[in-house]
Design a protein around this ligand. Sequence first.
Ligand code: XMP
Length: 317
Amino acid sequence: NFTPTAFVEEMVAELKEKVGNDKVVLGLSGGVDSTVAAVLLHQAIGKNLYCIFVNNGLLRKNEFQSVLDQYEGMGLNVKGVDASQRFYTALAGVTDPELKRKAIGNAFIEVFDAESHLIEDVTWLAQGTIYPDVIESVSVKGPSATIKSHHNVGGLPDYMKLKIVEPLRMLFKDEVRRVGASLGIDPELLGRHPFPGPGLSIRILGDITLEKVQILQDVDKVFIDGLKSWGLYDKVWQAGAILLPVNSVGVMGDERTYEKVVALRAVESTDGMTADWVHLPYDFLMKVSNDIINKVKGVNRVVYDISSKPPATIEWE
Ligand code: XMP
């Protein structure tokens, strides 16, 4: 029987004991796990927690600034680092999904490593690892661990020589959300859909360019804002848009167009290991499809993904 308030009390005491007056560095992602881990540590050690929030240029539209503002509003000692260009450079011409993950993982490590070297005498690295991440990374059971190399766990190089602290290591996602709520974290932040570390790069099939990122950010925003305004966002476990590497013929006025196709994906799941596509209302799909095609230049067709996992995966790459 899990009690969030008891967990917080015990964990804060444990962290104080473990870390003492040492400095800790933590990479914030904008997601639930790293945020809850940060707030817990912040309660335990205050300003000795140094948070780093890296913009990889592959986040949702406007997300870097708005989430950074939110973190600052929470009193966290956080540094926002815009490394977008570095990630785009690392990704230039890369089309293979696993190579994208590698390029992003490596770029992240370089940026994070450089940033943490700027913090004098830091000795700990905190991570928002949760129980399913632990299982999935080590097990033979979790197929996605071998099918896709999730880089969240153990992804940082030994040469950083930091001791690891993972306050959420024993918790499931719903427990993390409850802990977050008892810490007073904004419910909207706690209710955010999961979002992959490699971000939009694995939702742009083929190579990544700034132009494609911007198109997809605009499409994604129409979709996600639509889910929110129709009261559907919280009924869906994860949702997003995928930019396909094909053009299709369309007609606009009396002009023929030849533009991009996007796919929308919305799934129900409890842990991401299996997932069903969500039966979104036709009226909603119609509205969102019209909005996307009318508002986002370069897109003339929207399709909806009706595949479940398995045998499909949630992401397309
Ligand atoms: P799949 O596509 O394997 O996704 O069904 C399952 C869950 O994992 C997320 N995902 C990732 N998360 N790094 C991450 O941090 C990754 O490389 C990655 N690939 C997939 C996906 O968004 C879904 O929530």
